[in-house]
Design a protein around this ligand. Structure first.
Ligand code: TYM
Length: 331
């Protein structure tokens, strides 16, 4: 059976981008057709300036939202990265296979390091080695597929390279994984700046729809989305990025094709109105279930505890095999 692994980082409130690019597919498709693990990658949240209490709060919130979005603990494993030591154990071995140059070429490293420096902060070493820990997340589970938005493509490629290199040097140990992306909304853009991704760690509130935004707030943000200078509704990501983004969001919410949808609109106003309502409707059941789960935090904790147990059992044989293959004495 196909093994699927994916993760989400508790560095901010989860967004519509996280939902349409990743979470919704995990719940609707991946958990039904594969042996699937979904992880709140809290160790990754420590790679940039962070507040410990906020990371804890956001980790709990991410877990609750994953369950609210439809992940069913009977069908898949939901857990927190730091509860399973195998991630950090394997990460070190992979650091002995990865190179400094490879790390410095990572687009997200370059962007985030530049941002930290602009803020006057220093760059944590863990930000540089972030992709190695991510490779460990994936490779520890013998993962075949990694369902992600397209901003994670380069990181998954690196995981593939490290798996192949390790296997060639030390004998076959890891499955070589591949990224999968949704057909539409693989990169949801910021509503106020359609040239940038809608990211949860960004500061520009009005351009980001959060999963827990009230319907009125969602409507306001979508209605105020920046559109392009033309008037007609055409789907062109290069020339009309603002309108294309709205068409993609609407198409993803309604399970349609953005190109087909463009023909149905004569004005930006009508497109925005329908997009706002579609987003409100997609978020409604997630928010309702989230409220229920918040009333029962013990249930979420029990899921995470059982998830960690199962994840540990799944990862340990592969990580132990990697320790032996690379030349370490068995304990
Ligand atoms: P993170 O936490 O930034 O995002 C979680 C998932 O949401 C997707 N995503 C988007 N998709 C479409 N449009 C957007 N605007 C958008 N924003 C985010 C991301 O592509 C991702 O699928 N490095 C990862 C976390 C991670 C991971 C892993 C993922 C750590 N280890 C192992 C997969 C496998 C990250 O920062 O995701």
């Amino acid at each position: 059976m196909t093994r699927v692994f994916s993760g989400i980082k508790p560095t901010g409130h989860l967004t519509l981008g996280n939902y349409l690019g990743a979470m919704r597919r995990w719940a609707e498709v991946d958990q039904h057709r594969s042996e699937a693990l979904f992880c709140i990658v809290d160790l990754h949240a420590l790679t940039v300036d962070h507040d410990p209490a906020r990371v804890r709060r956001l980790s709990r919130q991410a877990a609750t939202l994953l369950l609210a979005s439809g992940l069913d603990p009977e069908r898949c494993t939901v857990f927190v990265q730091s509860h399973v030591d195998e991630h950090a154990r394997l990460s070190y071995l992979l650091e002995c296979v990865a190179t400094d140059g490879e790390m410095r070429r990572m687009i997200q490293y370059k962007e985030k390091a530049a941002r930290e420096q602009q803020r006057g902060g220093s760059v944590r070493l863990s930000l540089l080695t972030y992709p190695v820990l991510m490779a460990a997340d994936i490779l520890a589970y013998g993962t075949d597929e990694v369902p992600v938005g397209d901003d994670q493509t380069q990181h998954v490629e690196l995981s593939r390279d490290l798996a192949v290199r390790f296997n060639q040097r030390y004998g076959h140990t890891f499955v070589v994984p591949r990224a999968t992306h949704p057909k539409v909304a693989a990169r949801v853009m910021n509503l106020q700046d359609p040239a940038s991704k809608m990211g949860k760690s960004d500061d520009s509130g009005p351009g980001i729809v959060y999963l827990l935004d009230e319907p009125e707030v969602v409507r306001k943000k979508v209605m105020r989305a920046v559109t392009d200078s033309g008037r007609d509704v055409v789907y062109d990501r290069q020339e009309r990025p603002g309108v294309a983004n709205l068409l993609e969001i609407l198409a993803a919410c309604e399970g349609k094709d953005p190109e087909d949808l463009s023909g149905a609109y004569a004005s930006y106003g009508a497109l925005k109105k329908d997009t706002a309502e579609a987003v409100v409707e997609v978020l409604r059941p997630v928010q309702a279930r989230h409220r229920e789960l918040c009333a029962d935090p013990a249930q979420v904790e029990a899921v995470l505890r059982a998830g960690a147990e199962k994840a540990r059992e799944t990862a340990r044989p592969t990580v132990d095999a990697a320790y032996r293959a690379i030349g370490l004495l068995p304990a």
